[in-house]
Design a protein around this ligand. Structure first.
Ligand code: FAD
Length: 460
């Protein structure tokens, strides 16, 4: 009898285990399946807190619905009737003490028409005139390896970039625009400049591609935790060990000893490591891999939900949230008006907002040392300043994700390839999986979990 141990019960580990169990059932196999999860519950970065009429997500809050491969799985898990979609609306930028709408017809804050530029309330007349340079200047120097910040500033002027584009784009790609290349962000912009003579004209001509529209993201009536519960219910032929921290992996000829925190040892033929790369590195303890693991980076984030006993209608009509443009005005980087964007998150229609505090913010060094009460006070300060709400909170949920958010640097694919190669040579049957390596989005993690399981069953 062969044994597969999946380490880590986040979405990657659960998807891997589900696929392994499917194979076991279909083939009437006696394969032993064990899933070890360090914490007291499954889900990892997916954890729904359902309290006082509010549905709050400690980690991920939605799944991109365009990635259609998740839909068949949702149906298989019997969750299709619980699917809910986001409401759409305008996003704002908080700047100079005010909330100003990001013009419609903008892609990551970049105007996709001359009207969009003209209507912007975020940029001065001088800033708009400077952006017109885009229409009459050719690209003679920039390649895809140049910084997206200098490229945009060169053609659209520094004011438009600083006040309207950078707040959006830096948030999406987690970094300063001067440190990000065109290739790793919006490579098509350089092609548009070439083909249409103008970034703005290029975006206008390709508008259809960027239309977000309705039903872009999905969740479930009782939150994303329903996905985890459904997996747990279906995994009836796997041994699921909660509160089980794997402390060591030892190679013993053709098999591995998986050492648990209670000193128990499981003998495994195959292992899928669905845990953050830092945890994987400490289990394998191989100096030959350390340089490649060091090429993978994480950042931190604090998520703060605050629910109020006031109706959601106190917020600007049609808005779904804001991004903070300047780090000296607010401590948060962004705020989602959750009850507006996701109807299911507030049963009473009362206001629920979520603030994001990222390690890129100068205040973060102080914030990360704060306790929950202090963080709540910082959040209430930001809410008061940006939204003018002074009501007492009815509920809150605060989660610190310290060094838990993978940041894929330009060298990331190279490090992953090297790890794959070295692992296959030195540790046959042990697979690295999950958000540290193959994409952070839930659909990427699901796909990677399934692929990892398939790699194993193919060898049977
Ligand atoms: P994890 O969820 O990190 O699971 C790893 C598991 O391994 C954990 O449960 C951990 O306890 C366990 N573990 C670690 N070490 C050991 C050990 N030694 N022994 C046993 N178990 C161990 N993605 C989206 O698609 N949409 C979103 O809206 C979205 N928003 C996000 C918001 C936040 C705040 C965060 C943090 C992430 C968000 N993501 C989002 C990303 C997405 O949630 C993650 O990439 C994904 O859930 C990671 O799944 P995973 O299984 O690879 O890892």
């Amino acid at each position: 009898m062969k044994t597969v141990v999946v380490i880590g019960g986040g979405i990657t580990g659960l998807s891997a285990m589900y696929e392994l169990q499917k194979w076991k059932k279909t083939n009437g196999s006696d394969l032993r399946l064990v899933l070890a999860e360090a914490s007291q519950q499954l889900g990892g970065k997916i954890r729904t807190v359902n309290q006082n009429g509010f549905v709050m997500e400690a980690g991920a809050d939605s799944i991109v619905s365009r990635k259609m491969e998740t839909m068949p799985l949702i149906e298989e898990l019997g969750l299709e009737k619980e699917v809910v979609y986001n409401a759409t609306g305008s996003s704002y930028i908080y700047i100079d003490g005010e909330l100003k709408p990001i013009p419609d017809d903008a892609v990551f804050g970049i105007p996709a028409s001359i009207e969009s530029l003209a209507k912007s309330t975020l940029v001065s007349v001088e800033g708009k005139v400077a952006a017109l340079k885009d229409f009459y200047t050719k690209n003679e120097t920039f390649t895809k390896n140049d910084s997206i910040g200098s490229f945009l500033e060169h053609f659209l002027g520094s004011e438009l970039v600083e006040k309207q584009i950078a707040p959006v784009l830096s948030g999406v790609y987690s970094g300063k625009l001067s440190d990000l290349t065109i290739a790793s962000t919006l490579p098509y912009l350089i092609d548009y400049k070439e083909k249409y003579g103008s970034i703005i004209k290029g975006l206008e001509a390709n508008k259809q591609k960027f239309k977000g529209g309705e039903r872009k993201f999905l969740s479930f009536q009782n939150g994303l935790g329903s996905l985890i519960d459904a997996f747990e219910e279906k995994l009836n032929e796997a041994e699921i060990l909660l509160n089980t921290n794997v402390t060591k992996i030892e190679q013993e000829g053709s098999y591995y000893k998986v050492v648990l925190n209670n000193q128990e040892i499981i003998e495994a033929d195959y292992i899928i490591l669905c845990i953050p790369h830092t945890a994987a590195e400490s289990l394998i303890t191989d100096p030959d891999l350390s340089q490649d693991f060091a090429g993978l980076k994480n950042s931190s984030l604090i998520s703060v939900y605050v629910g109020f006993d006031v109706p959601d209608s106190v917020l600007p009509a049609d808005g779904t949230g804001f991004i903070a443009a300047n780090t000296d005005e607010l401590s948060c980087n962004a705020c989602t008006w959750t009850s507006r964007k996701w109807e299911h998150t507030s049963k009473s229609g009362n206001l629920l907002v979520r603030l994001f505090y990222k390690s890129s913010h100068p205040s973060f060094a102080t914030l990360k040392e704060m306790d929950q009460e202090e963080l709540l006070n910082v959040a209430l300060g930001d809410i008061n300043k940006a939204l003018g709400i002074t009501a007492k909170p009815a509920d809150s949920e605060i989660t610190k994700w310290t060094e838990q958010m993978p940041n894929y640097l330009i060298t990331h694919p190279k490090s992953v390839k090297a790890l794959e190669r070295k692992m296959a040579a030195a540790y046959p049957g042990v697979i690295l999986a999950g958000c540290s390596y193959y994409g952070v989005g839930i659909p990427d993690c699901i796909e990677n979990g399934i692929d990892s399981a398939r790699k194993i069953v193919l060898t049977f």
